[in-house]
Structures are given as structure tokens and as C-alpha cells.
Design a protein around this ligand. Structure first.
Ligand code: ADP
Length: 663
């Protein structure tokens, strides 16, 4: 076994490989770009070497540089992760020539599978079923058009060198063929530098089922069962699970053996995935067709680890160092059900456009990695880290395991609810909707799921205005009391002795402004009025969150504030509400409304008005800082500033009068 390896990747996969290496007593060398100098993968490896600027082609794609680093640091092998150089045959060969072990298949296997059309020709020879289509060398447009006519519409045009869902066109009618072909070729040349395409039958509502294979250098090859990756957006996977719902043992054996045949046909070594597109037929029968083979570890490999109880990176390291496969086919069992959700920085409401930003809050459900635990999180970021535009937008993978699919589903929903991310747009809420959608929960899986369940998936209102406002008010009151270092309820009388009986808030929710009024009753109870209804508000701390009881509902919420924006997380969903803490004023209504008091102890940051200024209702007058947050004090009515009582920088007590207004 190696005693030191270099990990030629970044993010979650670099961290994940490092974790197994550490467990096996193998030292690790990280490489990183300038953008990643402070990143998690650099921190978790034993050594780290800067290899260039942020752009991947100047850093993570520089094969010669990475090989030089491996030599210089005394690493014996290179793990490429996925993406970047992982499927680059020249790089694999250059490693071997430099006397380093490439942890992956030989360059020749990658080349054989690198072209979708060549791979299909090869698979045809190995008797692996193919989608009806044309994948030959003749690229004459008229010829391809007649092939499409023969196959029957709709057909799918695919860039032969394509990947990542790019370079595909669906053609519905013969008349549209030539234009689609031209556009597909343009995209293929610009994305992959090769305009060769193939034509195949476009299956409507197929499933994507792939087989994990593993081969050693001694000629053994096994399959570690299947994963269903049918839930896709833009032809990219979102949710993956194992085993595939509805898979029969006979079908599994047939597909597994076809996958092993595919791997053997290219003298495969290491971890690989054979992807099949599956046509579901009546009576649970499946027609499966070879799509492509990915010659690397896949993003979704953890679901296979969860159901087999194995560590696939450990297998990769063992095989690469020349050991035989640890288990034989008949020893590979399936236990329970696992689902992975890809948490990405992206905007589901805007066609899943990638988002960037800083993870201001990043709270995860409890996890313990690499055991067959119920929840596992693989990530390459920590709270405070940024998701930059240079690399993949994936933040983390959440993997759950249960005895049954139902149990795994419930655990996934719960784990997603406990994943709190603030600072950038993510697909967490979308994933929760997807997991709870009728199609997914009933395992009615196919690649059209997201399209079909649109109404459910893009539904906007997981938490309503009253609940969000109640959570924001509860958080504000708890923050204020925490500042005073007293129990939230012990000071109620104190509040009243200050003469505060009502307090107004203004909220902005889904673009609309709402007024709320909080009243302190004589018995110490609170009543919150918002959006035309008025009800008692009760709350108490509960772990990291708040137990809020309002308007007939009891919920545990967690609120994170960034400036005046409150991010509210509940078991049912998450939302954002902008809370403008209007003022805390002595409560006899408008007569007193001219007094502007500090809603909490803190520091005066600035006044935007001076004595004599005319102001209008709602206009910001002063900014206070407390709890590391800024609070704007706004004018409660139209008037004139009579007097400003403090200067910027002054510390003020709760209830201190900041300025005087005359109506
Ligand atoms: P890439 O290499 O870009 O990921 P694939 O060939 O693996 O491309 O296909 C990606 C996805 O496109 C598949 O998972 C499936 O959802 C869809 N797809 C591919 N081929 C077909 C087909 N013949 N009919 C319908 N959908 C297809």
C-alpha cells in the first residue's frame, strides 16, 4: 500500500479521498489554486502545494505541474477525484511514465470509452444492449437525416465527445433535423473541440439507472449493484438512490453482468460506472440500453457505500496498489436504502442558474462520515467559506440511509430541514419539495419528474407571513434580553415600568410591506397583531432554535439575521422576512409617538437627520448597532426633528430617547 498520495482535485471529493487515506494511514498532498488557498481541502491534507491561479486550466488542469508536485513531495500515486483530469487518458499515461500510480483505469480504457460513438460500437461487439441509433463515422447531414427517419422521431442528437448534459438536441420532426444538427455541432465544437455527433431514439420518460463496477489488475471484475439517478434537471443529476426502486434480482443480475462485460471489453481497472437508460414497461419489466461508461469515481458513489457498507475509495487505493478486489460478487450484499441529495449554490426559480457568495451560515444535520450511519455529509466548505464562480456550484452532498426507502425519505427530509444555509441561493427548499413530491415519494421515477411535478416543486409558501413574523419578533425579543443577560421572562415587569405597552414592527415579506403591533399585557402575556389578526405569542428557547406558539400553531424555528433580514428555518420549510424594528415607544398612541427611543441597549452608529429637518413617515432617522447587527430607527410620522440627543459612537440604554420629533 502507498504511504503518500497526491489528490489532484478540490472541494468535497478531495476532502472525501483524504478522509479514507487518513483512516488507512496514508499521508496526503493537496494541490490548490490561488482561489482555494484557505479552503477546507487544503486544511484537511497533510501537505498542500499552490499550483496556479484560480482558473482551472491554469491550476487543476495542469497535468505536468501536478506530476512535478507529486514527484517533489514524494507521493507515490495520484487520485484524480472526478472532473478535472480524472478522465484524461494523456494524464493517466503521463503519471505512469513519471513512475507514479494513477488511481484509476489505464489511459487505453478511458480512450475506448471517451467517445460515446466509439464506446457504443465496442459495446455492440460485447453484446451490451444499445438504444436504437446511428453511431458511425459518416457525418454527412443528409445521411444522418435518413438515419433519424429510419430510427423514428423523436430522436436525440448527442455530441460524441459530450458530457455533463451538454451538446444534446431533441428533434421531433424530420423537417427540423438539419437545423438541430447544425446547432448541436456548433455546441459540440465549442464545448468539446469535436463536432462528431450520434443519433439515437429519444426515449420519453426513461429512467437513468447505472451500475457501479470495480475491476482489479488481476482480471477480476464485479458489480456493486445499481443507482437510480433519474431525477435530473438540465440532464444533470439532483437526487440519486440505491437500490433502484422496482429493480428485481433477475434484472439486477442481467444489468450487472452487462456492465461487467462492458468493463471487461475495455480491460478496465478500478472504479467505473456503466450508465443505462431504461424504458419501464408494463408489469415491472425494464428494457435497458447502454448509454456510456464513466471511467472514474462518481459524485453519487456514497449511496453505493451506504447500501454495501464499503468504502469505495479504499477499494480504489487497494486496487491501484495491486491488491485483488476485497470481495467476490456473491459476497456483495445490499442492506437497506440510501438516497443522496446534491445541495448546490443555485437558483431553482431562475432555471437553476449557479449562484455565488459566502456561506454566512452553514449548519448541518448531525453526521458521521464513512460509516453506515443514517446521515452523512460530504462537503468541501465550512461556514464563512465562499462559493466562487470558478468551480462547481455544489456545496455538499447529503446522504441518508434507512432500512427501507420510506425511512430513508423521512430521514432525508429531516436532514434537509436541518441544513441551514444563509448567504447565497441554494436548492435546499427545492430538494425538500422534490423529496416530498408525489412522484418521488411513490418512486414514480423518470427523467421527466421535475417537469411533471413543477407545480409542487416551485411552490413558494413553505412558511406564511404570521409564522415568519412571529418567529422574527420572538428572535428580536430573545436577542434583546440576551444582551441584558437576563432570562427573557424575568424582566416583563421591568418593561412595563419603562412604560412600554405596545411596540410596532414593520415587515417586508415576499415584496409586500406589513405592519405588526406587539402588546404587552398586564399579566405579562404578549399579543401580536399582524395581517388583520391578533393572537397571543408565546416562545421559549429550544436547543439552537426557538419554540414559537402563535395563532394556533406551535413550531420550532431557527432565525439567523443578516442586517435586518431574518432567515427563518422551520421543520416545514424556510423563508426570509425583512424586519424593520420600528420603535419601542411609550404606548399611549400618537401623543407619544414623537419620542424615539432605543429599542435595545447598543451603540449609536449615525443620525441621518439634524435638528430642524423635515421628515416623513418611514424615513430612516438613525442607525443603531446591537448584537453585531444594525437597526434602523425610522420616523413614525411626518414631522420636524426638534432635537438630536446623542452623537454617533455613544452607548445608549434600552429606552433611551434618541431624538425628538414634533408633528
Ligand atoms: P452526458 O455525458 O452529457 O451526461 P448522457 O449520455 O449520460 O450525457 O445523458 C445524460 C442524460 O440525458 C441521461 O441521464 C438521460 O436523462 C438523458 N438521455 C440520454 N440519452 C437519452 C435518450 N436516448 N432518450 C432520452 N433521454 C436520454
Amino acid at each position: 500500500m502507498f504511504n503518500k498520495i497526491l489528490i489532484a482535485n478540490r472541494g468535497e471529493i478531495a476532502c472525501r479521498v483524504a478522509a479514507t487515506a487518513r483512516r488507512m494511514g496514508i499521508r496526503t498532498v493537496a494541490v490548490y489554486s490561488e482561489a482555494d488557498a484557505g479552503s477546507k481541502h487544503v486544511a484537511v491534507c497533510d501537505e498542500a502545494v499552490l499550483i496556479g491561479p484560480a482558473a482551472a486550466r491554469e491550476s487543476y488542469l495542469r497535468g505536468e505541474k501536478i506530476i512535478a508536485v507529486a514527484k517533489a513531495t514524494g507521493a507515490q500515486a495520484i487520485h484524480p477525484g472526478y472532473g478535472f483530469l480524472s478522465e484524461n487518458a494523456e494524464f493517466a499515461e503521463a503519471c505512469e511514465q513519471a513512475g507514479l500510480v494513477f488511481i484509476g483505469p489505464p489511459g487505453s480504457s478511458m480512450r475506448a470509452m471517451g467517445s460515446k460513438s466509439a464506446a457504443k460500437q465496442l459495446m455492440e461487439g460485447a453484446n451490451v444492449p444499445l438504444v436504437p441509433g446511428y453511431h458511425g463515422d459518416n457525418q454527412d447531414p443528409a445521411f444522418l437525416n435518413t438515419q433519424a427517419d429510419r430510427i423514428g422521431y423523436p430522436v436525440l442528437l448527442k455530441a460524441s465527445a459530450g458530457g455533463g448534459g451538454k451538446g444534446m438536441r431533441i428533434v421531433e420532426h424530420s423537417v427540423d433535423f438539419k437545423a438541430a444538427l447544425a446547432s448541436c455541432k456548433r455546441e459540440a465544437i465549442s464545448s468539446f473541440g469535436d463536432d462528431k455527433v450520434l443519433v439515437e431514439k429519444y426515449l420519453t420518460r426513461p429512467r437513468h439507472i447505472e451500475i457501479q463496477v470495480f475491476a482489479d489488475k488481476l482480471g477480476n471484475c464485479v458489480y456493486l449493484h445499481e443507482r437510480d439517478c433519474s431525477v435530473q434537471r438540465r440532464h444533470q443529476k439532483v437526487l440519486e438512490e440505491a437500490p433502484a426502486p422496482g429493480m428485481t434480482p433477475a434484472m439486477r443480475k442481467q444489468m450487472g453482468e452487462a456492465a461487467v462485460a462492458a468493463a471487461k471489453a475495455v480491460n478496465y481497472v478500478g472504479a467505473g460506472t456503466v450508465e443505462f437508460i431504461v424504458e419501464q414497461r408494463a408489469g415491472g419489466e425494464m428494457n435497458f440500453f447502454f448509454m456510456e461508461m464513466n471511467t472514474r469515481l462518481q459524485v453519487e458513489h456514497p449511496v453505493t457505500e451506504a447500501i454495501t457498507g464499503l468504502d469505495l475509495v479504499e477499494w480504489q487505493l487497494r486496487v491501484a496498489s495491486g491488491e485483488p478486489l476485497p470481495l467476490k460478487q456473491e459476497q456483495l450484499k445490499i442492506s437497506g436504502h440510501a438516497i443522496e441529495a446534491r445541495i448546490c449554490a443555485e437558483n431553482p426559480d431562475n432555471n437553476f442558474l449557479p449562484a455565488t457568495g459566502t456561506l454566512r451560515v452553514y449548519r448541518k444535520p448531525q453526521a458521521s462520515a464513512f460509516e453506515r450511519s443514517t446521515v452523512r455529509i460530504d462537503d468541501g466548505v465550512r461556514e464563512g467559506d465562499a462559493i466562487s464562480p470558478y468551480y462547481d456550484s455544489m456545496i455538499a452532498k447529503l446522504i441518508v440511509h434507512g432500512d427501507t426507502r420510506e425511512q430513508a425519505l423521512a430521514r432525508l427530509d429531516e436532514a434537509l430541514a436541518r441544513t441551514h444555509i444563509v448567504g447565497l441561493a441554494t436548492n435546499v427548499q427545492f430538494l425538500r419539495h422534490a423529496v416530498r413530491s408525489p412522484s418521488f415519494s411513490q418512486a414514480n421515477l423518470d427523467t421527466a419528474l421535475i417537469e411533471r411535478e413543477k407545480a409542487v416543486l416551485f411552490h413558494q409558501e413553505p412558511v406564511g407571513l404570521p409564522q415568519a413574523a412571529a418567529a422574527a419578533v420572538a428572535q428580536t425579543l430573545l436577542d434583546e434580553k440576551a444582551l441584558e443577560g437576563t432570562d427573557p421572562f424575568s424582566r416583563r415587569d421591568g418593561w412595563r415600568s419603562h412604560g412600554i405597552a405596545t411596540r410596532r414592527f414593520q415587515f417586508e415579506f415576499h415584496g409586500e410591506t406589513h405592519e405588526a403591533q406587539l402588546s404587552y399585557l398586564h399579566d405579562g402575556a404578549l399579543v401580536l397583531a399582524i395581517a388583520g389578526s391578533s393572537a397571543p405569542l408565546e416562545f421559549s428557547r429550544s436547543g439552537d432554535g426557538i419554540d414559537v406558539r402563535y395563532a394556533g400553531r406551535r413550531q420550532t424555528v431557527t432565525v439567523y439575521s443578516t442586517g435586518e433580514l431574518d432567515h427563518v428555518f422551520t421543520a416545514g420549510g424556510a423563508t426570509q422576512i425583512l424586519a424593520t424594528n420600528l420603535l419601542a415607544h411609550a404606548g399611549e398612541g400618537l401623543a407619544d409617538a414623537g419620542r424615539l427611543t432605543a429599542p435595545m441597549p447598543g451603540k449609536v452608529v449615525s443620525f441621518s437627520v439634524k435638528a430642524g429637518d423635515k421628515v416623513s413617515k418611514g424615513q430612516p432617522l438613525a442607525v443603531m448597532e446591537a448584537m453585531k447587527m444594525e437597526h434602523t430607527i425610522a420616523a413614525p410620522l411626518d414631522g420636524v426633528v426638534a432635537e438630536v440627543m446623542y452623537a454617533p459612537g455613544d452607548q445608549v440604554a434600552e429606552g433611551a430617547e434618541l431624538l425628538k420629533l414634533t408633528a
